[in-house]
Design a protein around this ligand. Structure first.
Ligand SMILES: C[S@@+](CC[C@H](N)C(=O)[O-])C[C@H]1O[C@@H](n2cnc3c(N)ncnc32)[C@H](O)[C@@H]1O
Length: 257
């Protein structure tokens, strides 16, 4: 096994004062959200990380401060978050180790970077898929992908399957009343997932963690509400739409049975 494939599992807890306000814990490059903390746990020790859509740059800066990663690129497509990432890197004196680039998607990665892990977090699954797809030429195939979609997991898993990425690890976690998923994948040759596995996540279906089951209980109620609304709607809802939601409700019911 490649030496960097070792997981960085050590619990990472900040020693900074626990500043709680109305919005809860103050988050920064030392105190990550639980969501980013779980993403961080999947970045292999010694990695050269490309964090795409880095925003404030907290993830690469936290990982560098903790001595987990060797180098990083923080990519941002928008000017304000790009400047914010630059500031975080500068204030932590990490300009020599973390390069901040204003770029669209994987355009932030240059051939000489030697990237071994790519994180793309806090965006819709379709957006992450589009970033991967349009930046395919920048992928060497050796990188671990650590993806944290906010919805749209199914099309993202579909892309991973179609491009020979095996899902190595999956997590569901709930924070601030949102369910978040983390999908870790590496290119491994042809891989086949069933339609249900693409929908629920192949490993999560097996593991059936409490967070996963709670998420799908909530979603089942949502689907049932949608079907009731369709039935009461004044204008007929297209049959294929009704059938699609009904199929999802059936799959979820079977999963939870
Ligand atoms: C909601 S923030 C998430 C920030 C951080 N990754 C996290 O998980 O906390 C999404 C960021 O992705 C950036 N973004 C969206 N599309 C992008 C793209 N195609 N390339 C680079 N950055 C992108 C946005 O500008 C924004 O700063």
């Amino acid at each position: 096994m490649h030496s960097i494939a070792r997981q960085n599992r050590a619990p990472i807890r900040s020693k900074v004062p626990d500043v709680r306000g109305e919005k809860g814990l103050q988050l920064n490059q030392q105190t990550l959200s639980m969501r980013l903390e779980r993403v961080a746990a999947h970045v292999p020790a010694g990695a050269c990380l490309a964090d795409i859509g880095s925003d404030h740059g907290y993830l690469p800066v936290a990982l560098m401060r903790r001595g987990v990663i060797a180098a990083a690129v923080a990519g941002e497509v928008a000017l304000t978050p790009f400047r914010s990432a630059e500031r975080t890197v500068r204030e932590n004196g990490l300009e020599q180790r973390i390069t901040v680039r204003l770029a669209n998607g994987l355009g932030a990665i240059e051939p000489g970077d030697g990237i071994t892990a790519i994180s793309i977090c806090g965006m819709g699954g379709e957006t992450i898929r589009d970033i991967l797809d349009s930046g395919k030429a920048r992928l060497s195939g050796q990188e671990r992908l650590i993806l944290q979609p906010n919805g749209g997991e199914q099309p993202l898993r579909q892309w991973l399957m179609e491009n020979g990425y095996r899902i190595l690890c999956e997590e569901v976690l709930r924070e601030n009343r949102f369910d978040y998923e983390i999908i870790v994948a590496e290119r491994a040759g042809p891989v086949t997932y069933t339609a249900e596995e693409l929908y629920f996540g192949p490993l999560q279906m097996q593991a059936r963690s409490p967070a996963f089951l709670l998420k799908w209980q909530r979603l089942l109620r949502e689907k049932q509400r949608t079907l009731n609304n369709f039935a009461r709607a004044r204008q007929a809802v297209p049959e294929d739409k009704v059938q699609d939601v009904a199929r999802q409700a059936r799959w979820i019911t079977e999963l939870l049975a």
